[in-house]
Design a protein around this ligand. Structure first.
Ligand code: THU
Length: 140
């Protein structure tokens, strides 16, 4: 994956923060998921008055892709912070989203946590979710 492709993914994630529905936390997260076929699936977090039905930006992106028959992915960019933030800090993916990644992604899947298109950290899936339970444990 080139640096230009990474920056494009971060840009798409940043745009998604505008669509976050966060009347409770006011913490807006955007994600952009690059599928192996080259398509980018975007997502934002969507909260709920009953709290537990809330969905993270990353899972919104994954579920949009999988619901359209796409199940192979190369990378995801994640950006988040208070809705009125002028500068963002890093927003690491929550544990539930890491587990969803582990369902569909291989060890070379790249997780990009960004403050901006110029400032980002990169991890592989095994780095952020070592010793994980996944499809291989049930399917062999
Ligand atoms: N959130 C995400 O969308 N992704 C993460 O990985 C961390 C948390 C959302 C959930 C909730 O709407 C808000 O951020 C505060 O937790």
């Amino acid at each position: 994956m080139t640096e230009i492709e990474k920056k494009e993914l971060i840009k798409r994630a940043l745009e998604m923060r505008n669509f976050s529905y966060t009347p409770y936390s006011h913490y807006n997260v955007g994600a952009a998921l690059l599928a192996a076929n080259g398509t980018i699936y975007t997502g934002c977090n969507i909260e709920n008055a009953s709290f537990t039905p809330s969905n993270c930006a990353e899972r919104t992106a994954f579920f949009k892709a999988v619901s359209e028959g796409v199940k192979e992915f190369n990378a995801i960019a994640i950006v988040g912070g208070p809705s009125d933030a002028i500068e963002l800090e890093y927003c690491p993916p929550c544990g539930v989203c890491r587990q969803v990644m582990s369902e569909f992604c291989k060890d070379d899947f790249i997780v990009i946590c960004a403050k901006s298109v110029d400032e980002y950290m990169e991890y592989t899936l095994p780095e952020i979710l070592p010793a994980r339970f996944g499809p291989k444990d049930l399917l062999g």
